[in-house]
Write a protein that binds this ligand. Structure first.
Ligand SMILES: *[C@@H]1O[C@H](CO)[C@@H](O)[C@H](O)[C@H]1NC(C)=O
Ligand SMILES: *[C@@H]1O[C@H](CO)[C@@H](O)[C@H](O)[C@H]1NC(C)=O
Ligand SMILES: *[C@@H]1O[C@H](CO)[C@@H](O)[C@H](O)[C@H]1NC(C)=O
Length: 227
């Protein structure tokens, strides 16, 4: 952009945390909580990790995973090439489950290919691998870099279920995955909120600056809802 000073911000991204607990959001959160938990344990199981290996501390090792439900609104923008709905970032979660309205906007970055679109598929949700899954799995699951473009004529909405560990537990590569010849890729993170704060301070570079080695592959999972 030649004239950086000129403001091309032709929309306001409303990033609204849903504070009201209507029966619909309550039900949605309950279902997505179950789904996120199942996905997380299925992903870890594929690495040979069981719940026993990742007992979150707590009175009975049974601390509840936490979540934040987020509603994103991207109003139509006459100059979509000059504005960004959401700048490139990875999520600070274990997994995030995205429901997008019918309008295209979400893009995922793939090494070698560059940015590609993740179009809305009726009845399907998008599952992003987040930073904490990346750390927990020692980089076997790589958190996905994504961004959102605005649409010239269409207002886009998305509902994001951010799923993470209990807020008061440290996250580090699961010891069972490690050995002297297979060292940890990341040092422990104190807890979820601490990680989010660090990331905000480092402007999204937390994972990269924590990293002790280069990451492996990129992964995105499309999940189709069974009726
Ligand atoms: C705007 O949304 C429509 C409908 O999803 C899509 O066909 C079109 O390509 C989008 N435009 C941009 C710039 O993404
Ligand atoms: C998370 O870690 C920070 C820094 O150690 C601490 O101040 C905060 O109380 C912790 N939060 C929880 C919920 O344990
Ligand atoms: C953890 O990550 C490091 C760096 O990529 C790698 O050298 C090591 O083999 C990994 N450990 C396991 C058990 O995958």
């Amino acid at each position: 952009m030649s004239n950086g000073k000129q403001a091309y911000l032709c929309f306001a991204l409303t990033n609204v945390l849903i504070f009201f607990f209507s029966s619909i959001t309550e039900e949605y959160e309950k279902e997505l909580g179950r789904l996120s938990s199942r996905l997380t344990w299925i992903m870890l199981a594929s690495l040979g990790i069981s719940k026993e290996d990742v007992k979150w501390p707590g009175p009975k090792g049974d601390n509840q995973e936490a979540h934040v439900l987020q509603l994103n609104s991207y109003p139509a923008c006459p100059h979509p090439d000059r504005a960004m709905g959401l700048v490139p970032h990875t999520d600070s979660t274990l997994v995030s489950i995205i429901h997008q309205s019918k309008i295209c906007g979400l893009q995922v970055f793939q090494e070698g290919t560059g940015w590609f679109r993740v179009p809305p598929v009726p009845g399907a949700m998008v599952v992003n691998v987040g930073d904490l899954m990346h750390i927990l799995s020692n980089g076997s699951y790589v958190s996905v870099l994504h961004r959102v473009l605005v649409n010239q004529t269409q207002h886009r909405l998305s509902v994001v279920y951010n799923y993470g560990p209990p807020d008061n537990v440290p996250i580090s590569p699961i010891p069972k995955l490690l050995s002297a010849s297979h060292p940890a890729l990341y040092p422990p993170v104190t807890n979820w909120s601490e990680y989010v704060d660090t990331k905000a301070k480092l402007k999204g570079k937390a994972l990269a600056s924590l990293r002790l080695y280069e990451p492996l592959t990129k992964l995105i999972v499309l999940f189709r809802r069974s009726e």
